[in-house]
Design a protein. Structure first.
Length: 243
């Protein structure tokens, strides 16, 4: 598969790329973050760690076809060129499913690969700085851990969405205290049309509690990435989230 970034964005009639992406964001319910570790067959093989592209493609296809709306590649332990190669593949598969592709942390990588979504943390670039690099058509999201951060994110015109968590402790964020369901509950009570996602330790056994708090969109990691059947795991989660 050709994993090179596109030379230009496709034409979509009267709709801009940004409008199409934000329309997909509003319809999104299930967001998956994945690292690349299990797809690396030869670490430090050169500027690009040797990736099993067939396995990576199979995972992306299974997750999207199972009901995932957004997939983010998030791996701080691989070479930049490895991340770029994976994101180029992700973008192509997301486009074929009418879904969204996402990068984390590095605006330059997001710009080079042409992904739909760029996600930042509280200690990363500000939303305004990211917007200066990426322009108006890229969706930008932010992680929030406190009610004050949620309030600021809901009011920030440079942001398209935000996340609340971790709801429960999770090994993907070692040492970060859980915030419980109060934070997504707080976000749900705001008079804001901006979408938000609950994140942190969510799986098929806990997603109903999250939805009951008012969070109808969730981010998961292990519940799909570590599942024996990612398609089935995604479908089980998606059917428990509101349409």
């Amino acid at each position: 598969m050709n994993t090179a970034a596109p030379d230009h964005e496709p034409s979509h009639g009267q709709h801009t790329i940004g409008q199409l992406r934000r329309g997909r964001l509003m319809a999104s319910r299930l967001y998956v973050c994945t690292d690349l570790q299990r797809f690396i067959t030869a670490p430090d093989a050169g500027p690009v760690d040797e990736l099993d592209f067939d396995a990576l493609q199979a995972f992306f296809e299974a997750a999207y076809s199972g009901g995932v709306d957004i997939i983010q590649v998030r791996d701080k332990h691989v070479a930049v060129q490895t991340e770029i190669a994976a994101l180029n593949l992700l973008r192509q598969i997301a486009d074929s499913h009418g879904c969204l592709s996402a990068a984390n942390d590095r605006a330059d990588v997001a710009a080079v690969t042409g992904v739909d979504v760029f996600h930042i943390g509280q200690e990363d670039l500000t939303a305004d700085q990211a917007r200066q690099v990426l322009g108006e058509d890229v969706i930008i999201g932010l992680s929030c851990r406190t009610p004050e951060q949620v309030d600021d994110a809901a009011a920030d015109p440079a942001l398209d969405y935000f996340c609340t968590g971790p709801v429960w402790e999770t090994p993907t964020k070692p040492g970060r205290a859980a915030v419980g369901l109060e934070l997504p509950r707080h976000a749900a009570q705001l008079e804001s049309s901006k979408p938000f996602f609950a994140i942190g330790g969510i799986d098929a056994t806990t997603v109903d509690e999250v939805s009951a708090s008012g969070a109808y969109r969730v981010v998961v990691v292990r519940a799909v990435t570590r599942a024996e059947d990612p398609h089935r795991a995604a479908a089980a989660l998606r059917e428990r989230l509101p349409a």
